[in-house]
Design a binder for this molecule. Structure first.
Ligand SMILES: [Zn+2]
Ligand SMILES: [Zn+2]
Length: 341
């Protein structure tokens, strides 16, 4: 786990914005960096944390006021922009909406807020099917665990849906970088880039198969790393977890290399005999406890999915495909190049 920031960090951009990185505890042991982009003409908050993190967010704003002379308050915000539809980023949205602050998110993730309960139920159904297909033995226990960890979130209308290339405030540019989540965006503020969960210092964002969540997947993720690389160079990256990213281009190369190595390991694991996704997860990650068991299967499934798409893996047991509980076993069949873009 990357070391979380312990105090507010201030960064000046060349275009006259002052960025305050405000680390807040979204869940026990899990810190999200909310970023206030403070400009004389526009005040934007990029990510927020959960509802339980709001008091800490207020404290961080006070810290910024005491240490750096910040005058802006949460009531002065022109917009809260969410990097993507994961609760550790948007969970506190109701409190800000109640204070009259407009909310924005990429068009592909707006549904996560607007139809939260529908999505939660559909996702749990799809997750069950995904775990069954992966050959997981304890599907119901894991699906129940998933349900128990999800914080309730009442449906909330979004005020603005943003798209790739859109400009916000004095000209800050939205970069759509799907992969970790379908509507994940980065925001370019002059020479600084806010990377949400797309690019992180010290850790890599969780992957899940596109067959579970359209718009996710390792192929989309690697393409989005390329997009960010080509949008640069940047003087600094600020991710949503962990420390600052002083060398964005280097961190992109490291993250790409991490996934290419994981793809190679996945293919190698399927060389001696054909494996289910659950067995691949075991080969890659052992048997992590609790929610980690779900994440391991999703991460392995995302890598298997891309290798299969690239023709590097093939399904060995085509018999019984019509059975809804059919669990494909994947065998390495070629040394096809592993980079899709
Ligand atoms: Zn996320
Ligand atoms: Zn996150």
């Amino acid at each position: 786990m990357a070391d979380a920031l312990r105090e507010v960090v201030r960064v000046e951009s060349g275009g006259g914005a002052t960025l305050y990185v405000l680390p807040v505890t979204a869940f026990p042991g899990h810190v999200t960096n909310a970023v206030l982009v403070d400009h004389p003409e526009y005040r934007l908050l990029f990510d927020l944390g959960t509802a339980s993190a709001l008091t800490e967010l207020e404290r961080r704003m006070e810290e910024a006021r005491d240490r750096f002379g910040l005058r802006t308050t949460l009531d002065d915000l022109d917009l809260v922009l969410f990097s993507h539809g994961h609760t550790d980023h948007f969970g506190g949205a109701h409190a800000l909406a109640a204070r009259g602050v407009p909310l924005a998110i990429h068009t592909l993730d707006a549904r996560v807020l607007e139809h939260a309960e529908e999505r939660r139920q559909l996702f749990r159904r799809d997750l069950r099917a995904c775990l069954r297909r992966a050959g997981v033995g304890e599907v119901e226990r894991l699906a129940a665990l998933y349900g128990s960890l999800k914080q309730p979130f009442a449906d909330l209308p979004v005020d603005r849906r943003v798209r790739h290339g859109e400009r916000i405030g004095p000209g800050w540019e939205v970069l759509h970088t799907p992969g970790h989540h379908p509507g994940l965006i980065c925001l370019q503020v002059d020479e600084v880039v806010l990377t949400g969960d797309h690019l992180l210092e010290g850790i890599t964002p969780v992957q899940q198969p596109a067959s579970l969540v359209p718009g996710c997947g390792v192929g989309a993720y690697l393409s989005s790393l390329r997009l960010l690389e080509q949008a640069g160079p940047f003087a600094l990256g600020i991710g949503a977890h962990g420390g600052l990213i002083p060398d964005v281009a280097l961190r992109i190369r490291q993250t790409r290399a991490h996934h290419l190595a994981r793809l190679r390991r996945t293919r190698a694991a399927c060389e001696a005999r054909a494996l289910t996704v659950s067995e691949v997860a075991g080969a890659l990650f052992g048997s992590p406890p609790g929610y980690g068991a779900i994440l391991a299967v999703l991460e392995a499934g995302a890598h298997v999915e891309l290798l299969h798409q690239l023709g590097a893996l093939a399904v060995e047991n085509l018999d019984g495909l019509d059975d809804p509980d059919h669990t494909p076993r994947f065998r390495a069949v070629s040394d096809a190049p592993l980079e899709p873009c």
